[in-house]
Design a protein around this ligand. Sequence first.
Ligand SMILES: [Zn+2]
Length: 619
Amino acid sequence: MRIILPALLLLAAPLSAAAPVPSPILTTPDARDALSYARPEVARVTHVDLDLRADFAAKVMRGSATLDIAAKPGASEIILDDKGLVIERITDAGGRALTWAVGKADDYKGAPLTIRIGAARRIVIAYHSKPDASALGWLPPELTAGKKKPFLFSQGQSIENRSWIPTQDSPGIRQSWSARITVPADLVAVMSGTRLTPRGEPAGKSWKRYRFRMEHPVPPYLIALAVGDLAFKPLGARTGVYAEPVTLAPAARELDDTEKMVRAAEGLYGPYRWGRYDMLVLPPSFPYGGMENPTLTFLTPTIFTGDKANTDVVAHELAHSWSGNLVTNATWSDSWLNEGFTTYFENRIDEIVYGKERAAVLADLSWDDLQRDLKEAKPPATRLHGEPEELYGELAYNKGAIFLRTIEHAVGRSRWDAYLRSYFDRHAFQPQTTANFLKDIRARLVKGDAALEKQLQLDAWAYQPGLPGNAYRVRSATLAQVDRAIEQVSEGAPVGTLPFSTWGTQEWQRFLNGLPRKLSTERLAELDGAMRLSASPNAYVRSAWLVLALGNRYQPAVVSAEEYLPRIGRMLLIRPVYRTLVEQGAWGRPIAERIYAGARPHYHPVTVASVDKIVGFTP
Ligand SMILES: [Zn+2]
């Protein structure tokens, strides 16, 4: 491992007191980010300062980005990532124009923006984003919960922030940031850093300005913004929730274990280093379950089912405050270092807050998910370390978590926890690669124990497709009972005799995904009638039911899909439904196309890009 030490780069940094200390970058070949045009070893961004106005009518962010740069002596240019930005001018700090050029664009990566900086180590880019910027979701009022005011949110992961922030958009190039965001006076702006002006400051007649700062260096995909009709409710000393006023009270009720979760996480793997842990509830079109934006997790409202059954999503995003935000995959080929570690860690938080059986239920379902993905994905897509575009669904999450659980089981919990705690401490605020992790665990945990080395099969887990033979499986007693219900259905028992009245989200998922894939129309109608599946308000239940029902061309479920699909933007809960319809050929494809044509304008660009591929939609 070769790290460029901050001291070396500081020689070339500006002599201003504001200049932040650049955090280390990795320069080994496995840390080279093929999805970024940046050449950080020559010149790199160390701080981003944004001054932007949210123009809801034009759907653009407009203003400037001031970048602090650390460069090798003699370096005369810097390369940024640019996905469709409209650049007006670029100057040095003194206002002198700099020469710049945008190279050939790639649909996915965008284009290199090369700036001749000469001796300048601070530059100012005046620009605006395009209305179709892939990171930004501009929602009209009717797509919000309150239906009165518009809403804007950004989603940077993996490489989308380059569509609204001109910087080096690579997870291995950590940058501190600050921002002034001007929004219509009746809206509130929040960002993933310290919120310096919670109520905003007047900025002309109908505008307000909000200021933010992130003093830690973060990978730029973690810079996040949301603007909307937002209210705040504290949950604990350092935790709270932002949501639209109509969503606030029910959200706060379901999230009231958050302070306990933060304490549980700290007890496991060391201090929470980001100050506040707040959450923002997004409108239903948010494409993900959650996004671990520092100090402000973004959450889908689909997790609120009235019974706290899905707060594992909160545990997940919170766990990212260590795995992902503190120790970060250097490139997206190693995303399992973020997601697999987090999926493991999340389950440990669940165990402390909700008990062993709840954690076992979730781990057992995670095993199911992995088995499904292993069946559907073709090698090499079942490797943990792989090309980012070939990584399949949530495979890196579940296979990564089972890898770590297997190590825990082999070495014992106390030894494993001590190792993991020190891993986070020693790599805090740094990028990480698979190769470095393996080197670290060999040096600090295996320590030359040949029998243990053989038992763990570290290289097979990290680099080979499929599931190594030593994989440790957790089984839940609760789900074993659900499995008996599945058997009863298969044997023809009447649906009314099944014990489903006490089931929560996880039991329903196991049941619906575990039923035989081929069922008669009569049997489906019986299930639907007794369990009211087509009308379920729980999006997890509805998604699993629609996959089963539409996979059997069960016509009465089409109405349910028509109501459900346009309303939910969370990819995990709609992609399988579209895929099922498309697989039904002449029966299902026209249904998918018809529903999608109506729903597409209401989806976030990330969801659109993903469902376009499934449905074969060409804009
Ligand atoms: Zn995650």
